[in-house]
Design a protein around this ligand. Structure first.
Ligand code: C5P
Length: 227
């Protein structure tokens, strides 16, 4: 497993201070919508400056027409980030177009697909996708695998079934991890790191249990010892 820390603090300064405190570890940093819209490319550059070995996951969940998505994917590749994501529901042609466009990049970023947003309940999900969450998430994962993506964003509890339906090497990135059973906050189905390991999760994404801890660096060390 490779730890991915969610940089979800309210300002660039706070996120960079957190990154600074974690700079002795070559871990993944998740840059989301809020941070990227507010702080943009200079923020990515500032993170790389703090530790050039930090790996960056740009969590922008692209969804648009295939050509526009491929254009955006190319710009993301030029930013030098290591991983980004698209919505699986953007479809097969979008997936193929994005992967084809990135194939010319020597060190292309990993591309993950979002299967089902965890904020959906069954009723709202099926009103859009006309299938249950688990069934559709697995179908989306297979579609992503068959079209050359590197993995999916999913719940820890779907990780094993998705790997069984695709390949052990097909990556799963899972939020909703409470390493040592910390406060769940607004997450619905949370897993400890031990469960994440059992379920074959490749990237546990952890935010609040790290940045809300009194000593984030020590917390990360404890997590890294465990994984
Ligand atoms: O603070 P916490 O560890 O719950 O943070 C989890 C991170 O993963 C947040 O950045 C959240 O937006 C993100 N995320 C999530 N559930 C998803 C997709 C992303 O919690 N389905």
């Amino acid at each position: 497993m490779e730890l991915c820390v969610a940089l979800d603090l309210p300002s660039a300064e706070e996120n960079l201070a957190l990154a600074e405190s974690l700079k002795s570890h070559n871990i993944w940093m998740k840059v989301g919508f809020r941070a990227y819209i507010r702080d943009g490319k200079p923020f990515i550059e500032a993170l790389k400056k703090i530790n050039p070995e930090f790996k960056i996951f740009l969590d922008l969940k692209l969804y648009d027409i295939p050509n526009t998505m491929a254009d955006a994917a190319e710009e993301i590749a030029k930013l030098g980030v290591n991983m980004f994501n698209i919505h699986a529901s953007s479809g097969v042609i979008a997936m193929k177009t994005v992967m084809e466009r990135l194939s010319t990049y020597e060190n292309r970023p990993l591309v993950l697909a979002v299967t089902a947003l965890t904020s959906f309940d069954e009723e709202n999900f099926s009103s859009i996708y006309e299938k249950g969450i688990n069934e559709k998430a697995e179908q989306f994962a297979k579609m992503s695998y068959e079209n050359g993506l590197d993995g999916v964003v999913c719940s820890t509890f779907e990780s094993r079934a998705i790997k069984d339906a695709t390949s052990d090497k097909f990556l799963t990135l899972c939020p909703g991890i409470r390493p040592f059973g910390e406060d769940v906050g607004d997450q619905q189905r949370v897993a400890t790191l031990e469960v994440a390991a059992q379920e074959g999760v490749d990237f546990p994404v952890i935010g609040r249990p790290i940045y809300r801890d009194e000593h984030p660096a020590q917390k990360v060390e404890k997590i890294l010892e465990l994984i």
